[in-house]
Structure formats: C-alpha cells, structure tokens
Write a protein that binds this ligand. Structure first.
Ligand code: FES
Length: 91
C-alpha cells in the first residue's frame, strides 16, 4: 500500500491588474520565485533578468504584487513560500 501524499496549494497569477488570473497548483512550501521561473513567468523586468541576486533576498528586483486582505502589497518573490492559496500580479 502506498501512503505517499502530495500537498499542493492554489496560486493565481495575473499579468496585469485588469487581466484574468491563471490558476496553477504548486507544491506546498515552494518558493514563489522558483515557481514563476519554472513556468516561464519571470518576476524580473528587462536587464534585471540577468542582474539579480538569484533568490538570495538582497537585490529586491524580484518583486511582485501579492493580494493580502483585499490590498496589493509589493513583496520579494524569492522570500515567499507558498503555504496557502495566493493571488499575485506580475509587475
Ligand atoms: S532575487 Fe534578489 S531579492 Fe529576490
């Protein structure tokens, strides 16, 4: 008998404020930056795709908007772990 379980959470991603969110299921606890890059949705803009700290939390170039309590907040995607359903917007 196999008892392996996979835990996932729902992540809703908008490309802009007026766009419809795309929903994907992601592994519980996975870093948001890594998820975005794996789905070819870069949190970086222009030259920051090359010049960034690669998720060390130092440069601040990986910011996305995160919907929390009805408001959008700027957060570093490399510092966010997906532990619950989230909605984000790329900048
Ligand atoms: S990648 Fe540098 S702060 Fe997130």
């Amino acid at each position: 008998m196999c008892l392996s379980m996979s835990f996932e959470v729902l992540l809703k991603i908008r490309r802009s404020l007026d766009s419809e969110p795309v929903s994907i299921r992601v592994p519980l606890g996975k870093k948001l930056r890594k998820i975005l890059l794996e789905h070819h949705l870069s949190p970086y803009q222009r030259e920051k795709k090359i010049f960034n700290c690669r998720g060390m939390g130092i440069c601040g170039t990986c910011k996305v908007l995160v919907l929390e309590n009805g408001q959008w907040w700027e957060r570093r995607s490399c510092q966010i772990q997906c532990f619950h359903e989230m909605e984000i917007q790329l900048k």
